[in-house]
Every structure is written in C-alpha cells, then in structure tokens.
Design a binder for this molecule. Structure first.
Ligand SMILES: Cc1cc2nc3c(=O)[nH]c(=O)nc-3n(C[C@H](O)[C@H](O)[C@H](O)COP(=O)(O)OP(=O)(O)OC[C@H]3O[C@@H](n4cnc5c(N)ncnc54)[C@H](O)[C@@H]3O)c2cc1C
Ligand SMILES: NC(=O)c1ccc[n+]([C@@H]2O[C@H](COP(=O)([O-])OP(=O)(O)OC[C@H]3O[C@@H](n4cnc5c(N)ncnc54)[C@H](O)[C@@H]3O)[C@@H](O)[C@H]2O)c1
Length: 529
C-alpha cells in the first residue's frame, strides 16, 4: 500500500496567528553564516545555538514559528488529555456521593485549549527569536543552487546565501491509499484541534500514539469514538502488555476498538462518513480523524540541486546529523525520520547547531551523538494509564541476545503509593544477566512502565544504562516513602534477588512465546474485537 504525503495544510488564519507569522520576506538578498529552514523544535534549537555562538543566523519559516509541538502536536494534545482527565475524574467521583451529569461544554474546552497554546506561543514568537540574535523571515524555502536558497511568499522571492544550512522542515500527516478517502473532508492532527463542535461520533484511523491519545480525549469529553487500527495491537513499538493495558483502558472509556481492521473504502453519507472494511463490515461516524503516521517533508526543497541524498524515510544523515552527501547541510528533527518526538528534535537540533560551528562544535557534537541514537530516546504515550518505554522490548532483546535475557516484572499491587491511590500499573525491565550468576556484566537494555507517573519513572528507570551506572547502584539508592519512584528501586532489586517484595524475575521469551496469564494484572495480549 502506498502512503502519499498529505497535501499542505491550509494557510493559518492571520487573525488567530497574527504575530506568530514571521515578517514579510522583503526583496534584498541576505547573507548569513547559517541558514535554518523550519522553525519547529529542531530548527529553533539549532538556530539559537548557532547564534549564541556568534554565527549570523537566518531562520526561515513558511507558517508559524513554534512548529508542530506548539500548535498541532504535544501542547494541544496534552492539554486536551488533561481537560479530559478532569472530566473523567469528576464522573468517577459519583462513587463518593458527588453527583455529576451532562457533557462538558465544547466551546469552553476549545477556548481553554487555545488559551494554553497562546501562552506557549509567546516564547517562540518571531520577536522573541529575533531578540535572541536570529533573523527570522517568512516564506517557503528551496535550494536553487549550491549555498543558495530562494524564499517565496505571496508572489515575492528573496535569495538567502549561507555557508552552512540546517534542514528542519518536520513531517506531515500521511494519508492512506483508501478508495474515496481523498474526496472526504477528513481531519488530521493539523486540523482536529480546531473543530468548531464536539464530534458526535469520531472515527479514528490508526492506533499509534496520536490515534490512542485523541481517541481517549474525545471519548472522555463526550464524543462517541470508534478506533480502527490495521495492526494486531495498539502502540506496537511498546511491549504487548502495554498495548493490552491501553486496549482495556480505551474500552473502559467507551471507545469501540477494531484491531486488524483493513479499511478499503471511504464514502460520504448524509450524516458524515462511512468506512468499508475488507471483510464487508461498514462503520459509520460523523467525522474521520486520520492518524496513520507522518512522512518527512523532503520534497520541493531542491535537495537534488545540492546533491543531498534523501528518500521517503527522510534526509540521510550521519550520527552527527550531517548530510551523508552534502557537506554543508545538517538535518534535524522529524525530517531525518526515526523516532518523531520533540525531545528527539531538540537533541538532534542541538547536534545540527553544533555541527554548523567551528571544529570544536563538531567535536562536541561527535561526543553528544550517542545520546541522540534512536535506541537511547525514551518515549511516553500520555493516555490514562500513561505508558512509557525505553530501549529494547523483550522480543527484540531475545532476538539479539538469546538466553542471556532476563526479565523482571513488578506489579503496582505491591507498591504502597499505588495502593493508596488505588491505581494499577507495572514496570517491566529487560536485562542481560551477569556472568556466572554474579552481578558482573548485569545490564538493563529495555524498560516499560504502565501506570501513574510512567513518563517520570521511565527517566529514572533508564538512567543506569544511559549513564553506564551499574544497576546495583540504582537498586540501593534510598527513595522517599511512599512514592511511585519506589517502583524503580523495587524492580531493580528484582534483578538481584528473588524476593516476593521485589519484581519477579524470569527468563526472556522470544516473540510469540508470551504467556499472558503471567503478565502483571493478567494483562492479556490484545486480540481482534
Ligand atoms: C498529535 C501529536 C502529539 C504529539 N505529542 C508529542 C509528545 O507528547 N511528546 C513528544 O515528544 N512528541 C510529540 N509529538 C511529536 C512532535 O510534535 C514532533 O516530533 C516535533 O514537534 C517535531 O519537531 P520538528 O522541529 O522536527 O518539526 P516541526 O515542528 O514540524 O517544524 C518544522 C517547521 O518547518 C516548516 N517548514 C516546512 N517546510 C518548509 C519550507 N520549505 N520552508 C520554510 N519552512 C518550512 C514548517 O512550517 C514547520 O513549522 C506529537 C505529534 C503529534 C502530531
Ligand atoms: N506522546 C508522544 O510522544 C507522541 C504523541 C503523538 C505522536 N507522536 C509521534 O508522532 C508520529 C505520528 O504518530 P501516529 O500515531 O500518527 O503514527 P504511528 O506511525 O506511530 O502509528 C500509526 C499506526 O496506524 C497504523 N495504520 C497504518 N495504516 C493504517 C490504516 N489504513 N488503518 C488503520 N491503521 C493504520 C499503523 O500500523 C501504525 O501502528 C509518531 O512518530 C509518534 O511517535 C508522539
């Protein structure tokens, strides 16, 4: 199946985004040491770092400074989830004798969402960036010859010449090749936060982080939600137990989930949209949200003109983010492919920014490069329960290291703080056993957390391997009682000693060998609904 990139999003409403649009392009050619294309998390980081180190920097943005994270990604999605959690908590309080009825007011929810975005917008406004020594210009940039960009906007063109360049153009929503889909007015993350009315019945295509986070948020805010995912399990880069926990949670929130759903046709109906699945089943809804992944924005940038190699996975770069074929170009953020996270974008933006500096910057970049490796970036899905992961899954580790793999499972039923808050969850550590039964050579290679504060816990759980600290040191670190952080110590102790109070240890299993009944809280592997 081919997944072509979505067409460009509609231009932003100038009333709403007024001053967040960079100033007019102007006519005079510009000369700079460093030109950065794209003012999202990656481009901003690279541009500010280069400027702080005395470079003349021009930052070119075609739409809004701040990028996806601020306007259509992390900030609106986390705000919507937080509002949805409040509504959910209010509903749950019926058990305490409080009475809550009705649905939350969508106009208020939407206003609240945009109030929060507005607060973030201040930080990355063109004025604020210029105050930090970076010249910001608005327009669409493309290379026209080596070291030369043409920036166009509203029929005007301006030339920008620079010694070095950073490409940080991000990634756009992909649209699957489903018959009739492109004839429908579907939503993506670029438009869903602006819907004027609460969707009566939202169909969500895709069970990755975007689909799952938004399915839960809209369900809790009063929409009927049906999620259709082509895979066997949701968020399939995480452990199967995490996917299963999320499936249970979404269903408990009233979301109808179809796994292994192969949508073959989409059509408009009088009340919205109808999807036809390959088995003949139809699913009707009022709106459709497409959340099946993102594609790096590498087209139309004149990369061919400067000999920079790229493909649909993104700009091809070395570990220090320098283009593999164009020595004066660095890539940063979603445009280089791999894990698409804001912290990945800023880390890679830092490397690219360092790369544009003199030899010493490139030296520091080489030292920092390992931290930006795909394997070293933890990620979090901000649903309830929160789900966080770092490193290899059990199946990946077993494939790579065979019988050396050992797994510790720690159930929050043993964690006092979780018990007081009556919150389920678990930690799973994937490790390599020490040599000859000793702690020598013992090493954690992966971690998964599901439950409250999972996004915070994963940082500490992954410290030992990421900082090359022996697991014993983390296992013996005193932790305040009663905190969720005790789960870190208890699971690490489980690596060292077989005691029911700690995490339970077992040999690693290859993919498909999982025994669901043994998983924490009996988390069964997700199956088709
Ligand atoms: C719904 C959602 C929720 C998310 N939640 C999280 C989360 O909780 N945590 C997390 O870590 N990540 C999250 N992400 C991912 C995160 O938003 C991205 O990984 C990150 O913002 C990418 O930053 P970037 O700088 O690479 O790209 P972007 O922020 O997309 O910036 C690229 C910029 O380049 C500009 N541009 C493109 N082409 C040109 C051109 N030719 N000329 C000039 N300008 C151009 C674009 O207009 C854009 O402003 C989420 C994503 C989505 C969709
Ligand atoms: N919390 C976070 O850090 C966060 C939140 C949201 C997004 N992101 C990032 O943004 C990027 C995009 O996220 P995403 O969830 O859109 O993409 P994704 O690729 O992570 O997940 C999309 C899922 O949709 C499935 N799919 C593909 N075609 C389908 C079809 N026709 N019908 C049904 N399902 C289909 C895929 O199998 C895949 O599992 C990812 O890199 C993600 O990591 C991060």
């Amino acid at each position: 199946m081919t997944i072509p990139p979505a067409s460009s999003p509609a231009p932003p409403d100038p009333q709403r985004y007024g001053w967040a649009i960079p100033p007019e392009t102007g006519h005079t050619p510009l000369k700079a040491d460093v030109a950065v294309i794209g003012a999202g998390s990656a481009g901003l980081t690279a541009a500010l770092l280069a400027a702080t180190n005395g470079q003349r920097v021009v930052l070119i943005e075609r739409e809004r400074t701040g990028g996806e994270c601020t306007f259509t990604g992390c900030i609106p999605s986390k705000t919507l989830l937080a509002l949805a959690r409040q509504v959910h908590a209010a509903r749950q309080s019926a058990a305490l004798g409080l009475s809550v009825s009705g649905e939350p007011d969508w106009t208020t929810i939407r206003a609240e969402l945009h109030r929060v975005i507005d607060r973030f917008r201040d930080v990355d406004s063109p004025e604020s960036i210029e105050a930090r020594g970076v010249q910001v210009i608005g327009g669409q940039a493309a290379f026209v010859s080596p070291h030369v960009l043409e920036v166009t906007r509203g029929g005007q063109t301006r030339t920008v010449m620079a010694e070095r360049f950073v490409l940080a153009t991000g990634a756009g929503a992909t649209v699957p090749d489903i018959e009739g889909l492109r004839d429908l007015p579907f939503l993506t993350h670029e438009t869903v936060f602006d819907v004027p009315e609460r969707p009566a019945h939202l169909l969500v295509l895709g069970g990755g982080p975007v689909g799952c986070e938004l399915a839960q948020a809209f369900a809790r805010l009063g929409s009927r939600v049906t999620l259709l995912h082509s895979g066997e399990r949701l968020i399939d880069r995480d452990e199967p137990e995490a996917s299963a926990a999320l499936l249970r949670a979404l269903r408990a929130d009233g979301v109808t989930v179809h796994l292994k759903a192969d949508t073959v046709q989409a059509a408009r109906t009088e009340t919205g949209v109808r999807l036809l699945l390959s088995g003949g089943q139809t699913v009707d809804g009022s709106q459709l949200l497409v959340a099946v992944g993102k594609a790096p924005r590498v087209e139309g940038l004149g990369l061919e003109v400067i000999g920079a190699e790229f493909n649909r996975q993104g700009l091809k770069v070395r570990s220090n983010m320098q283009s593999v074929t164009c020595p004066y170009l660095w890539g940063a953020g979603d445009v280089v492919g791999g894990p698409m996270f804001t912290h990945g974008a800023t880390e890679r933006g830092t490397l690219a920014g360092l790369g544009t500096l003199a030899w010493w910057g490139q030296g520091v970049a080489a030292l920092r490069a390992p931290a930006a490796r795909v394997e070293d970036i933890p990620w979090v899905t901000y649903t309830d329960p929160e789900i966080a992961h770092w490193g290899l899954t059990e199946a990946q580790a077993t494939q790579q290291y065979g019988a050396r793999v050992t797994v510790v499972e720690y159930d929050f039923a043993r964690l006092d703080r979780a018990r007081t808050e009556q919150q389920p969850g678990f930690v799973k550590l994937v490790a390599l056993q020490g040599w000859f039964g000793s702690p020598l050579g013992l090493r954690v290679v992966g971690a998964q957390v599901v439950g409250p504060r999972a996004g915070e816990l994963i940082q500490t759980l992954s410290l030992s391997p990421r900082l090359h600290i022996h697991p014993v040191r983390l296992a013996l670190l005193p932790v305040s009682y009663p905190t969720f952080s005790e789960a870190v110590r208890q699971s690490y102790l489980g690596l060292l000693a077989d005691n029911p109070a700690f995490g339970r240890r077992r040999p690693g299993r290859a993919a498909g060998q999982a025994q669901p009944s043994e998983h924490p809280r009996g988390a069964a592997t997700a199956t088709s609904s």
